[in-house]
Design a protein around this ligand. Structure first.
Ligand code: GLN
Ligand code: ZN
Length: 751
């Protein structure tokens, strides 16, 4: 490096923050519920940060990110930092309460919208900006966390969302081009850098993951000018720009031209695309993200080390790092004592990844070590495990012909299905789940504590199903559901029953705010050893003469909400899962079930960040769904369900799924999705959610009728289904019953 900055050798780009045992979640929820005060929440947070930063330093990281801690979300933190919270929360005097109001809303104000953080399952809050939003620097949080870390003797590197990403992720509430706001924002960043330098920061990390997405010429120019300008500040820390979740492409040389001091490149998600370009950047620190921060496999040293060596031998100053923040993996493997021993040896969670980074950094300077040899052995052991290649599964997939993904034309199917189901015009149904009653929660807890056995648990779940069926009959719905009481989660429930999947006991990952999920791990070839849902659905069907929908989760969604294999293309894993789901649909049909719903709420979620990669994804995703659903007869009606998202790029794929009926969460978007579907010639059954279940308000029949009238402008009555949005699970029984009564009344009135 040309300047005299201190450099470093081993780091990560960020940490998980909910606590190894979700301590922050509990403390935050206690604060919200009024059971604890702000001081005790702050104390928990400080304890967690202290333990984490100290452990990271002691594990040998010589630069430790600080400020990746958050009470809710890092983008919201950036909005606070830049004084860009919406006007409607400005009147709330208390800092913490104002912050949480922006995150979650309260009786008076609506929260910020929440959306997916790039291609992860983390969700951030979307800042609302306009041409006249006044910015103001509130540097207290980064400064306080920096000082706290320095006092502990941590080689602290403050982390802040960078200006380009902040503006790109924000929503323009007045339609203005937010890139125009850069000149107003940069003075704040300049001021912040000065303050951090003054407080003792040697390095600062500006997170710019937006740079791995497709950038316009104007945006690329903004990258250059922004970092040229920030680098020109007199007294500032060394600047590391971190871009992750993909390849930087043209943004890498753009950054390289500027006077910043380091660039973090994602050599996992970005593949080798940026490696060659990075080799010529000899005047900056290259923070090489070779340890996957987004997945849980141990690093292959024979993959990582040669890349690090290549960079070093080209004259590059290299630090070893995670590819992205460790926010997306669980804390530690230590609690996972129930995992299959052999599988456990192949895994690295947060703490283990930090250790791997240290091992690689040491090997880079000192050569072969014992730790390196054992890492190699673990990778070899994984490759050799027979569960990774189950020939029976592979042969079945290889011998499927093209017809395996094709059914008769939809018009022909519709006639056969109507003969079988004999449904009225505007048939009514729901999306699958019914309220999770306290009885269900009690039964689950008692089973977990061993107070009841599986048979007793099953008996209680059957009682729930019987009640849900009786209520739906009484309400007068046309296609019933069993209510999903037996499912802990729509993915884990299937993962637990499929070969090739493993579940963790404490592998929590933040989804948003205090909400955490425990993604299953798909490690081997997937197969379905036994039926998964047939007993429950046939029991429900035995209680009624109305059709009951079989309820399954689709292959893309199972994949999207799991830790995935990194040793074969995603498409291959998707086909294996699809085959298992297909087996289940065939068994449901054989057991007399005439309507089967295969949920794909995550279809949009896996969409690649770069446009050039999207068509290939959509092709295999659609193919997997069709493989999962084309094994049944034409008279069996296939439904699917999609949660609300920006359907834009995936609208054609929704048609491609070729489901007889598609229900879509739509109430909040005022049925706009129907016009989008029409625009591509969608001619299948569709059930746009007619009321927003997220509101505790019971919609009147007239309100539902209005929504239906709106829908009927876009969809002929013969294709329109009547259903609420998804998520009944989260509501109370009385609300749901009252709302569905009105929904049925509205459908009847229109018929
Ligand atoms: N069948 C699921 C349910 O109704 C679908 C969940 C979802 O939309 N994500 O709960
Ligand atoms: Zn949904």
């Amino acid at each position: 490096m040309s300047n005299s900055r201190n450099t470093f050798t081993a780091t990560v780009l960020g940490f998980p923050r909910v606590g190894p045992n979700r301590e922050l979640k509990r403390a935050t929820e206690a604060y919200w519920a009024g059971r604890a005060d702000a001081a005790s929440l702050h104390a928990t947070a400080k304890e967690l940060r202290t333990a984490q930063l100290t452990a990271a330093r002691d594990a040998g990281l010589d630069s430790v990110p600080v400020g990746t801690f958050s009470y809710y979300d890092q983008v919201l933190d950036a909005a606070v930092l830049l004084g860009a919270l919406p006007e409607r929360v400005a009147g709330i005097a208390d800092d913490l309460d104002r912050y949480f109001a922006a995150a979650r809303g309260n009786a008076e104000v609506a929260p910020l919208e929440m959306t997916k953080w790039f291609d992860t399952n983390y969700h951030y809050l979307v800042p609302e900006l306009a041409a006249d939003t006044a910015f103001a620097l509130n540097p207290e949080k980064p400064l306080a966390e920096l000082k706290e870390a320095l006092a502990l003797g941590i080689p602290a590197r403050p982390v802040v969302v960078g200006p380009i990403t902040f503006l790109k992720l924000a929503k323009s509430v007045d339609g203005s081009d937010l890139l125009n706001r850069l000149p107003d924002l940069l003075p704040l960043y300049e001021q912040l850098l000065g303050l951090l330098a003054e407080a003792g920061a040697e390095w600062v990390q500006l997170d710019e993951p937006s740079l791995v997405t497709d950038l316009t010429e104007a945006e690329l120019a903004a990258v250059r000018s922004t970092y040229q300008r920030l680098a020109a500040i007199e007294a500032r820390p060394a600047i590391l720009v971190a871009a992750y979740f993909g390849r930087l492409g043209v943004a890498l040389p753009a950054l390289a031209e500027t006077g910043i001091d380091g660039i973090a490149v994602d050599l996992v998600a970005g593949g080798d695309a940026d490696l060659a370009a990075a080799k010529s950047i000899t005047d900056k620190l290259i923070v090489a993200g070779v340890v996957d921060g987004h997945n849980i496999w141990r690093v292959d040293p024979d993959h990582a080390l040669p890349r690090l060596t290549e960079l070093r031998d080209a004259g590059v100053t290299v630090a070893v790092s995670s590819s992205c923040s460790l926010l997306h993996v669980p804390y530690s493997l230590v609690p996972e004592t129930d995992l299959d021993e052999r599988l456990r040896g192949w895994l690295a969670f947060g703490d283990e990844k930090i250790a791997e980074i240290r091992v690689l950094a040491t090997a880079l300077t000192e050569g072969e070590t014992d730790a390196l040899a054992s890492a190699r052995a673990a990778v070899a052991d994984r490759k050799a495990d027979p569960r990774l290649r189950v020939e029976a599964v592979r042969e079945r997939l290889a011998t499927l012909d093209a017809d395996a993904t094709r059914r008769a034309p939809a018009d022909e199917r519709r006639i056969l299905q109507q003969e079988r189901l004999n449904l009225p015009l505007l048939p009514t149904t729901t999306i699958g789940s019914y309220p999770q009653t306290s009885r269900i929660r009690v039964a689950r807890a008692e089973l977990r504590r061993g107070e009841i056995d599986q048979a007793e648990y099953d008996t209680r779940m059957r009682a729930e199903i019987a009640e849900v069926i009786a209520v739906q009959e009484e309400i007068g719905l046309d296609v019933l559901v069993h209510g999903e009481p037996e499912r802990n989660d729509m993915v884990q429930y299937f993962a637990e029953q499929l070969d090739g999947f493993a579940a963790t006991v404490n592998g929590w990952v933040q989804s948003y705010g205090t909400r955490c999920v425990r993604p299953p791990i798909v490690y081997g070839d997937v197969a379905r050893p036994a039926v998964m849902t047939v007993d429950w659905i046939t029991y429900a069907q035995s209680l009624t003469s109305k059709p009951v929908k079989g309820m399954l989760t689709g292959p893309v969604t199972i994949l999207a909400w799991s830790f995935i294999r990194d040793d074969q293309p995603l498409a291959d894993t998707a086909r294996q899962i699809a085959l298992a789901i297909r087996d289940e649909t065939v068994d449901l049909e054989a057991a007399g079930i005439g309507v089967i719903q295969v949920d794909e709420p995550a279809l949009r979620e896996l969409l690649p960040l770069r446009r050039a990669d999207q068509a290939a994804y959509l092709e295999w995703a659609v193919d997997a769904f069709r493989l999962a659903t084309a094994g049944v007869a034409d008279a069996t009606q296939i439904h699917t369900h999609l949660c609300y998202s920006e359907f834009g790029e995936v609208i054609g794929a929704i048609h491609g799924l070729d489901a007889d009926v598609t229900s879509i969460e739509a109430a909040r978007s005022h049925m706009e999705v129907l016009d989008d579907l029409n625009a591509i010639g969608f001619d299948l059954g569709v059930g746009p959610g007619v009321y927003d279940i997220h509101s505790p308000r019971v919609p009147g029949a007239d309100e539902v009728q209005k929504a239906l009238a709106l829908a009927l402008k876009a969809v002929p009555a013969e294709r329109l289904w009547v259903n609420p949005d998804c998520g009944l699970k989260t509501r109370k029984t009385d609300e749901v019953t009252a709302s569905l009564r009105n929904l049925v009344a509205a459908a009847r009135a229109l018929r």
